[in-house]
Design a protein around this ligand. Structure first.
Ligand code: PLP
Length: 394
């Protein structure tokens, strides 16, 4: 069997149709969109069309769509930009403990600049408490930034309700929707979202291109000073091929959407249920219901996640563990810790994220291999040995 890729939350392959749409903008349509001659105007038109496509799928107006160099940049821009533009009003920001590092580290940076940040707790399903959110809002609160869906455990947040609370208190609401776009239907107006980040490479588009939606009238400082690109807010000659690719990717993501999502969710449930029934002392991490269709995150007691990844890789399966996001570091995932998992359980977690090309045969291959792999690892674990001894004495 070919390699099995179950790490779509980390990145996705560029779809052939996306690459095809991008190609002319590397070669014949190479002009600078800011120039006046015809070969450049083709590019200007391509940018306008891309902006319109993205706006349509987010429920926004094209003038509210700003292209960036990825999801991290969009998160940085939204948070620093809103904080700076609203400095006179207050210095308090509310976020959650399970945000992506692009959000958390930006908030930590702002704390050093004199801002105050509240990091909301989450419950064992990875959900914030809306009452806790309301209670955290003060006169000085200027921004609530809560992710739409979590990249590690897949929990989907009550975004519309959060937006409603923000609106009632006159506070800006930003959401990191990098994992949600393409897996959940989004309508920024209906869902009370003031600013939203997304990324190309998580939706079968190219890397290094993203979007920040900024609601008309929202105060955000400009990101890059220079030319008049992105209406003067983010200067720099546009990444036209990347932007065209991102637009094609979002269009394809919402084509035949319900069928695609239902199929992936079916495979995900086959994977989760198969593991939980065949492997003892395993548990699903995150929300069992309000969860991204492609996310299976499972904790195995008496197992070390990094070793599990290596053994899976030897069997041709690419997945991620509870610490792989900070790859190279062996700190357990801040997300799993925030869900209340003790260190050793956070370390023994495996994230498998399915994609549009994932097949039933691939899932069954994992289900066939995993019990033996976990069993072999437990046979070598002194903790498991102790556990078995203790249990026999009862
Ligand atoms: C991948 C990811 C990002 C970063 O996006 P890049 O385009 O890689 O910079 C931000 N937030 C979440 C939730 C992500 O999954």
């Amino acid at each position: 069997m070919d390699k099995i890729y179950l790490d779509h939350a980390a990145t996705t392959p560029v779809k052939p149709e996306v690459l095809e749409a991008m190609m002319p903008y590397f070669t014949q349509n190479f002009g600078n969109p800011s120039s006046v001659y015809q070969i450049a105007q083709i590019n200007k038109k391509a940018l306008d069309d891309a902006r319109e496509t993205v706006a349509k799928h987010l429920g926004a107006h094209p003038n509210e769509i700003f292209f960036t160099a990825g999801g991290s940049e969009a998160d940085n821009w939204a948070i620093k930009g809103i904080a700076e533009a609203n400095k006179a009003k207050g210095n308090h920001i509310i976020t959650s403990k399970i945000e992506h590092h692009a959000v958390l580290h930006t908030c930590e940076y702002l704390e050093k600049q004199g801002y105050e940040v509240t990091y909301l707790n989450v419950n064992e399903n990875g959900q914030i408490d809306l009452e806790e959110l309301k209670a955290a809002i003060k006169d000085t609160t200027i921004l609530i930034t809560i992710m739409y869906a979590n990249n590690e455990v897949g929990s989907i947040m009550p975004v519309k309700e959060i937006g409603q609370i923000a609106k009632e208190h006159g506070v800006a609401f930003h959401t990191d929707a990098v994992q949600a776009v393409g897996q959940v239907r989004i309508d920024v107006k209906d869902q009370n979202i003031d600013a939203l980040s997304m990324s190309g490479h998580k939706i079968y588009g190219p890397k290094g291109v993203g979007v920040l939606y900024i609601r008309r009238g929202l105060k955000v400082t400009n990101l890059i000073h220079g030319g008049a690109q992105e209406r003067g807010r983010r200067a720099g000659t546009e990444n036209v091929p990347g932007i065209v690719g991102l637009a094609k990717a979002i269009e394809l993501a919402y084509t035949d959407f319900d069928n695609k999502i239902a199929r992936i969710q079916g495979l995900r449930d086959r994977l989760i249920n198969g593991i939980l029934t065949s492997i003892p002392y395993s548990k699903l991490n995150g929300d069992p219901v309000k969860r991204l269709a492609n996310n299976a995150n499972i904790g195995f007691e008496f197992v070390e996640g990094e070793s599990l990844l290596l053994l899976l890789d030897m069997n041709g399966v690419a997945a991620s563990s509870g610490s792989a996001c900070t790859s190279g570091s062996l700190d357990p995932s801040h997300v799993l810790l925030a869900l209340g998992l003790p260190h050793e359980k956070a370390h023994g977690s495996l994230r498998m994220t399915l994609g549009e090309k994932t097949t039933e045969a691939e899932i069954d291959f994992v289900l066939e291999k995993l019990p033996a792999i976990v069993g072999r690892m437990r046979d070598m674990s002194p903790l498991y040995e102790d556990f078995l001894k203790e249990n026999k004495q009862d």
